[in-house]
Design a protein around this ligand. Structure first.
Ligand code: SF4
Length: 374
């Protein structure tokens, strides 16, 4: 099952922690960008082998909710011309709370969007302020209620922990707020201080202090236990879902399915080859206008594919499929004894022919994955 991701590289303002690709000064070329993205859809669809059967659409960014009706219609019409729209199972649109209005919700629904991903990040104004988010806590609550009122029951919210001045009590209050809102899916990420962000400067200048590892681990434990006690399944390190509310698009990334990426900085993958588009809006538009895909390609060696299966599989409740690993590379004795050792020390457990991380090992998923790399 394949998916398509479209990266809308526009934002109202720059969040202090964000290192995604986006621009806040895009008015002069927004039309050219949408035209270029639609051209890219057409170009890539001509060479469709390996991407057969697109079942999920994900409009992310950046901020797709900044697009107006004409722009969104143009994108969706181009998709409709190129994929079997009635076979699409999930069409997610990312929206920021301050963009969510009744009119927009109804319009997004009319386009076929059946899932919203709302960038909440925190329900406290104090946090939203240093984050330089464009919304207030109250906007978030109103946005979620309005979306639910207009039939977007299938929605997910992003929420961050590991924030400056966030003790366990404040984190617990956030979790209680989420539970009251009855959303079926939550993505919760630990704040990371990325290079070349305003947050990095704040931390380096000691204007902000992030919590130590021990507190972050306690926040993660509280996150997991709270949602599990309330009927959410912890199906990926950062993701929680009520029964049948998994994110299909993102689950396919973790299962190694194929996907197309459209737009500046977007990535695509066809099982053995990966590409990523240039993360520069001007270069992207210029290249597409000349009919050239602005991409860099990498052919994955069997070792790369093997390691990737481990890295993504260990993040999920499904774990790593042993048969799939064997089909990529034969498993040598050293690898098998490492697996046995990690099982005996409580890091890994087996479910059918899959191995996965135990609860206590999940917070260090990337570290444990690297221990198994070939
Ligand atoms: S709105 Fe999202 S993509 Fe844009 S700067 Fe903020 S976090 Fe980054």
């Amino acid at each position: 099952m394949a998916g398509i991701y479209l990266h809308i590289p526009f934002c109202k303002q720059k969040c202090t922690y964000c290192d995604f690709h986006f621009s806040t000064t895009f008015e002069s070329y927004r039309k050219s960008m949408i035209d270029a993205m639609c051209s890219e859809i057409r170009i890539r669809m001509k060479d469709f082998e390996g991407y057969v059967g697109i079942k999920t659409i994900y409009l992310g960014g950046g901020t797709p909710s900044l697009l107006n009706q004409i722009e969104l219609t143009q994108i969706v019409s181009t998709l409709q011309e190129n994929i079997e729209f009635n076979e699409v199972l999930e069409f997610t649109l990312e929206a920021n709370p301050d963009d969510i209005t009744e009119e927009r919700l109804l319009f997004w629904k009319s386009l076929g969007a059946n899932r919203l991903s709302i960038g909440i990040q925190s329900f406290e104004d104090e946090d939203l302020k240093w984050m330089n988010r464009a919304h207030k806590a109250n906007d978030s609550l109103n946005a979620i209620l309005l979306a639910q009122k207009h039939g977007f029951q299938n929605l997910t919210i992003d929420l961050m922990y590991g924030l400056p001045n966030q003790d366990l009590e404040r984190w617990n209050t956030q979790l209680e707020t989420v539970l009251k809102l009855n959303v079926p899916h939550i993505s919760s990420y630990c704040l990371t201080v990325e290079e070349r962000t305003a947050l990095k400067k704040f931390v380096d200048n000691k204007q902000l202090t992030i919590p130590d590892e021990e507190l972050v681990a306690q926040q993660f434990d509280l996150l997991v236990s709270t949602f599990e006690e309330h009927g959410y399944e912890h199906y990926e390190i950062s993701n929680f879902a009520k029964p049948n509310a998994y994110a299909i698009h993102n689950s396919n990334y973790w299962k190694g399915e194929h996907y197309l990426g459209i737009g500046p900085s977007a990535h695509g993958f066809n099982g053995s080859e990966r590409y990523w588009n240039v993360a520069n809006n001007t270069s992207y538009i210029k290249s597409i206008l000349q009919g050239v895909l602005p991409q860099t390609k990498e052919i994955l060696t069997p070792q790369n594919q093997f390691n990737e299966q481990i890295l993504t599989g260990l993040r999920t409740k499904w774990g790593v499929d042993l048969d799939k690993l064997k089909s990529i590379l034969p498993l040598d004795e050293k690898f098998q004894s490492r697996i046995e050792f990690m099982k005996s020390t409580g890091v890994l457990e087996w479910v059918d022919k899959h191995f996965r991380l135990t609860k206590q090992a999940k917070l260090q998923a990337d570290f444990w994955a690297s221990e198994l790399f070939v």
